[in-house]
Design a protein around this ligand. Structure first.
Ligand code: IMP
Ligand code: MG
Length: 178
């Protein structure tokens, strides 16, 4: 189902599946046995599809929670302003936390979320992103489990949107200029 608006595929469906399996295995191996369940925290809305696939590839006990931040608006350029729109349901104090993001672009958003979460005193905090744009990085960001590096182009699909559209595409592609 390649749409006319998509000029190029960055991560095919097949590569999505392989990447998520690899990340699940890495995360499973990294944590081994924990005293309490791993808390997997997804940043909404972008990470919802990746989260759903990822947690099914992690073979240790876990719970999920979600955090919604204020976003870009409908544009394609990050403002770097981050506000919590919907907070977690539960406390992460003393817990092992894995933060899950769809894409790290400039790094501003993730960096701020990591700082915010660290202030809540988890026992450990690690991070996972499905996509990474190294060429766009403005802020040094902790990424422990990284899916696929992509070029500095605006990507949609597999959870990523342009003005809330295209999140449901099962692959990641680049939009044709309007
Ligand atoms: P950052 O703060 O610049 O790293 O931007 C992070 C957020 O911007 C991500 O959580 C995405 O929601 C969004 N974003 C960054 N790059 C893209 C892209 O190529 N396509 C869609 N959303 C993006
Ligand atoms: Mg977004």
């Amino acid at each position: 189902m390649q749409l006319d608006e998509i000029t190029k595929i960055l991560v095919s469906e097949d590569e999505v599946t392989k990447t998520v399996k690899r990340l699940g295995a890495e995360i499973t191996a990294h944590y081994g046995q924990l005293e309490r369940e791993l808390m997997v925290i997804g940043l909404l809305k972008g990470s919802f599809i990746f989260m759903a696939d990822l947690v099914r590839q992690i073979r240790i006990p876990l719970v999920v929670d979600f955090l919604t931040l204020s976003s870009y608006g409908d544009g394609t350029v990050s403002s770097g302003d981050v506000k919590v729109v919907m907070d977690l349901d539960s406390s992460i104090e003393g817990r092992d936390v894995l933060l899950v993001e769809d894409i790290v672009d400039t790094g501003r958003t993730f960096c701020k979320v990591i700082r915010m979460m660290r202030n809540r005193n988890p026992r450990t905090l690690s991070t996972c992103t499905f996509l990474n744009k190294p060429a766009a990085r403005m802020v040094d960001t902790q990424i422990d489990f990284c899916g696929v590096d992509i070029p500095d182009e605006f990507a949609v699909g597999y959870g990523l949107d342009y003005a809330q559209n295209y999140r449901h595409l099962p692959y990641v592609g680049v939009l044709k200029p309007a």
